[in-house]
Write a protein that binds this ligand. Sequence first.
Ligand SMILES: Cc1cc2nc3c(=O)[nH]c(=O)nc-3n(C[C@H](O)[C@H](O)[C@H](O)COP(=O)(O)O)c2cc1C
Length: 216
Amino acid sequence: MKVIGVSGSPIKNSNTDRAVKAVLEATGLETEFVKLFDYTIAPCKACLGCVKTNRCVIKDDGIEMAEKVKAADALVVGGFTPYSSLDARTKAFLERLYPLRHRNGFLRGKPVAAVVTSATPQGVEGLPPAADMGVNAIQFAAMEEGMDFVGSVVMAGNVPCVKCQFREECPMNGIKMIHGPEATLESVGISCFEDQETVVKSTQELGRAIREKLLA
Ligand SMILES: Cc1cc2nc3c(=O)[nH]c(=O)nc-3n(C[C@H](O)[C@H](O)[C@H](O)COP(=O)(O)O)c2cc1C
């Protein structure tokens, strides 16, 4: 049994990466972690060039990714939420699973789980439901391919502004945009996967749920 986990986060060893790896580890099965940033994956161009062959005609790494997912017994998809929706790398990765669908439904019944990192806190009035948008994008894509959605983990991340030298003088400072005009990096702090106890626990539960599905 092999579980593949992908992360769409471009940041090296990011929160998203580490949370995906935690889910993989908790499966106790053979796993492979894929950093999408290391590959070139264009979005689907809706040419239907894959309907007869179940293979994409775009000559990039999207073909290898689809083959990896087809060969795996389960999939963990990790993304983040720029502009309150699923990031483009993860979205393109999902779109490039489309060739596996036609006539064979190669993804049908395959367990899939979502890990989403979002800088916008959940459930705050006036703020977009970024994390929900990210999870929905993964869950609905999986649903449309007949996959078995096992569950999701949502975690707090950081706006890129936390690393910017112009943070305090910038009128578009994301920290203030999200947390209010008085907020500073010091008052808000840096969000780290390992410090979010409930989230860490949820990644372990998700990994175990995938294992149970596969060994049932
Ligand atoms: C261009 C850009 C726009 C972003 N916009 C949002 C946003 O609208 N809402 C949000 O929750 N996070 C936003 N983020 C922050 C990401 O969700 C955040 O960087 C995420 O925590 C990254 O996770 P990582 O640490 O795993 O890489 C944005 C990030 C980038 C790069």
